[in-house]
Design a protein around this ligand. Sequence first.
Ligand code: IPM
Ligand code: MG
Length: 358
Amino acid sequence: MKIAILPGDGIGPEIVAEAVRVIEALRTDGLKAELESAPIGGAGYDAAGDPLPDPTLKLAQAADAVVLGAVGGPKYDTLPRPQRPEQGLLRIRQALGLFTNLRPAIVYDELADASALKREVVAGLDLMILRELTGDIYFGQPRGQRRLDDGQREGFDTMKYSESEIRRIAHVGFAIARKRAKKLCSVDKANVLDTSILWREVVNEVAKEYPDVALSHMYVDNAAMQLVRAPKQFDVILTGNMFGDILSDEASMLTGSIGMLPSASLDAAGKGLYEPIHGSAPDIAGKGVANPLATILSIAMLLRHSGGDEESAARIEAAVKAVLKAGYRTGDIAQPGMRTVGTREMGDAVVAALARHR
Ligand code: IPM
Ligand code: MG
């Protein structure tokens, strides 16, 4: 397997380094993987004046899978939009056709007390957020700023979804639900938005092909509330790009820390980009304290979805569980009586646990 490694900005390089060590550990056990790195985001801008330099995109296109750290930082906040780090991420998602975004939120029993919510509300949670990733208000045209007749400026964006875009992500949603608890909740804002009315109609049409999956619909404001009130009512949440962005950050807090959540962004053929859902955390960058587990768990998703290697995926997940059980905690999931460690030590602990989980 050829894997493109795009560390990006902020804590990206530190956490990706630990994920690479996990791949290397599996390589000594026989995993066939070739790694090659390239800059993206602010690092791409620094290297080539472009948040997605051409060679980086070419490397990603040629690879079987891509690992990404995070992009963005205060240093780049004043750049014009095309040069901003986030554009590198949005463009690579679009260029690779990664319309399926899987964001699982799993509460490890060891971390149930690290959640801001009561243990009984979150313990045992296993939720899959399926976010459409290449459409919606993120990419809709027209967008921009214009001058109104009265002289003031107006900003505008366009929310839109075509029938085919909704249909293909809905199929993914039903297929995933079928392999889980067979419950799919489609989240929209159909009481206000025309885009959402179509979304709901198309999801209902697709549902006819999956009579064994229980489909429900929920408005996004209610979904945001239900996620903190009773998150275990959900199995799979299917939603658009923007609602999924917001709800997946919210769901991460159920698990104890946003530093725990991996993600997979897949194209129609299962090629994927794997990244933690958290950002570049410039405030702690370079300090060696960031939690590498979301990125390490993203490697498990990579092996599962792009490598067809369920065994290695499960091995990584078992190693992460073992490390949590042994009491290792980075600052974001620190708990009294547990051992607070840095990024590197957490990586060491996972690599050591991998050796014990052959
Ligand atoms: C995410 C991030 C990105 C998004 C940003 C960095 C463009 O928040 O992956 O959730 O909004 O999709
Ligand atoms: Mg986000």
